[in-house]
Design a binder for this molecule. Sequence first.
Ligand code: ADP
Length: 422
Amino acid sequence: MTTEKTCNSCNDSQCTAQQKRPGEREEDFLERQVLLSRMCRIQRKIMVVSGKGGVGKSTVAVNLATALALAGKRVGILDVDIHGPSVPKLLHLEGSQIAASEDALLPVALRYGDGNLHVMSIGLLLQARDDAVIWRGPRKYGAIKQFLKDVEWGELDYLVIDSPPGTGDEPLAVAQLIENADGAVVVTTPQEVAVQDVRRCIVFCRQLELPVLGVVENMSGFTCPKCGELVRIFGADGGRAMAEEMRVPYLGSIPIEPEVVVSGDSGKPMVLAHPHSETAKAFGRIVRTLLEPELRAATERPVAARDGALSRIAVPVTGGVLSSHFGHCEQFVLFDVDAEGKSVLQTQVLKPPPHEPGTFPRWLREQGATVIIAGGMGSRAQSLFAENGIRVVVGASSDQPGILVRAFLDGCLSTGANACDH
Ligand code: ADP
């Protein structure tokens, strides 16, 4: 049954809050509606993500949000990094009491000139400063969902979301629950390892069809206060080179400054405490770039055109057509595509190894696959493919593989519900 109703917030009958998904339980549908209706009142939702922890993701999220508030915008910052929520500390809000209305949690409001910064962190809900969140599996997903659903933001220009690091279940849950986010800012450091992690992170965003707004390289070099020489402690320009290679915008670099640590510890973001510092200037440039309409246009291209890595597309097949569940397929057809992603150069049919969780993503990576077109696929399998650098397109219909790949390359592959039975 599809519920026909106009969203209370956006009055858009196309709003996904209105459409009950096939097989969706009534209570899940109602919860999703509440979350999406709250999100509909926010103009732009930007997720700040990273391939791993410790690269300065929260520092970047807090400074971006504060810089936007200082520019007179109505801004929210949502800290959903459930294992290391650091936003309360970075904004000197540890121990703040959360106000609640009958059915919602109300963010803590800070005022900066004409702008506002509304803060909500999972850390503010924990009893003691050192409490760790130890939810596991489905409870973790449920807890993240409830937390996201319960916060009443009101009307905002921007919501900056400090996501959990990596490409596992937690960032996946956040990205899937905030269905209509505008895009992700990916934070990395110049070292090769962090850069490899961030490659995975970009593939992960693509798999979720979350546009990558751009890459920020943090801890990008240290200017000696005595002689003025720039010392590239963690290497040079890894983030820029990687952004070029992955064909995503490069938003800029933030230097290492000892004051960043001091300002973080004292709860006053650099853009507020030291507005003339190199770090604050670098954030100013990044915010200006994020506000540019061209960047928005660039990230709103169709999925197929946005992805530079289409070279080998895998389709699981049974009886000559797409398998409704990839794990039970008889064979994989692999399509090699030209550099422009326009035409198929050759195809290969391969029998897969016996199906065990995690086998197919690894095996397909070894075969050089970069995309899999699937009918149904569970979220765990999707993240395993993402970890192996393979983008997943789910919900394709049971057609011949050649027809599906042609439609995908032409940007007109229609996908329906993810009919996963797992
Ligand atoms: P993440 O959210 O990725 O785990 P944080 O934002 O918590 O990382 O930063 C980790 C540590 O690095 C903090 O102590 C922070 O103050 C410090 N830090 C972040 N960016 C810089 C920088 N540009 N210069 C110096 N120290 C930084």
